[in-house]
Design a protein around this ligand. Sequence first.
Ligand code: H79
Length: 435
Amino acid sequence: MLDENKRWFPEARYGLFIHWGPYAQYGRGEQVLFREHLDQADYEARARSWNPEFFDAKAWAKVAADGGFKYAVLTTRHHDSYALWDTKYSNYNSMQCAPKCDLVREYVEAFREAGLRVGLYYSWADWTSKAYWSNPDDDLDAWNKLRDMTHNQVEELLTNYGKIDVFWFDGTWPHPAARWDSSGLVKRMRELQPDILINNRLDAESPFTAAQGAVEFAGESKTMGDFGTPEHHITADNDRIWESCQTSTWRLWGYARGEHWRPAGLMLDYLCQASSQGGNLLLNVGPQPDGRIPAEFIDRSAKIGEWLKVHGEAIYGTTRGDITEFTTKGWQTLRGNSLYLIYRFWHGEECERIAELATPAKAATLLSTGQSLKVENRDDAIYIKGMPRVKPSSLFPVIRLDFGEPPKAKEWAKGRLWNLDPRLMQPWVNEIKSD
Ligand code: H79
């Protein structure tokens, strides 16, 4: 059972991931330094002179609030180790470089003010450090210095910015939990911020000691941390809360010039799929080097926000809903005595038939228009009558089915595709006249 103080997280369902740092200047994602083997000194010089003249945390917070996001996670330090806050453990930070301000503080204050929960992303990795790229056993003093710096910076972030709701680690590779002493740090973090949710990127297999091919890049621990973090895919974790992170573009997280943006419908699809499988979506945007959020993102995010204003009850605060096979129509979520049918495909027929449920339905409401639809329970199925022929929402229409108790699937209909067991399909198979 999830602690009371952590329950807001799965209920929130939808967070905004913000990847931003001096790498935005290159317009080729957040890992350009390493992936292009750029000259370290050139990169650092350009980073130090980076000055995002149009950065306005309040404008970001408005985009997030209008988009229907309930929380956000900002990269306070990515693998390039440039810190977006006033840290005393390195001078490679936005206070001592060109911006001359604490970008994390502005972000935290603006997002809190807009009513959002606040998360901080921090990468263990430090691509500017020889110790990071080396086997710690070769120079333990250098390694310990690097590790202590990460611990100190995390403590700083959890001490100087008020309440932080989510902490999102990344970049453990190529060093395992024991090297980072990530469990020691997590313990300290919970002392500083007892309610904080911490993700699971706290471990990695070490290429310095592990057999080749056994390296876990993303650093997802199955046991440590509060929530799972599938990246670029949506896969339910049955044992704990989880959040899938997805880009709104192709695959880079930091700003990428000339990008092809995913349509609003596709990004909403991710949100509905994650909700239907009992997880969150952390949707990413990479703000421009000048500090503005790309117009393409604002446009798409606002469309999803409009949809959520009308259909949000099918997402926020719901629980896993894929209790039956619904692939031919879309996604399902649950809340108490209600089942939400989220239509990816609007079939345009006047009558809907739902055969899989064992609980009779009492009422149906088309959230997209607010109208109630007629419900009949007969012939071992639920019929919804008076469905509009024309799709009633430019994105996904939603019908709320209300029951007298939490709806249950029939024995044969439990799980998607009947758990791939042909025996469960026998009552239906028996209706086949002859071979
Ligand atoms: O911040 C985004 C990515 O930059 C970050 N996670 C999301 C949220 C991420 N960092 N690493 N990975 C995802 C997985 C890939 C890791 C590796 Fe590598 C590719 C390990 C070795 C090659 C990245 C590049 C880490 C070292 C070099």
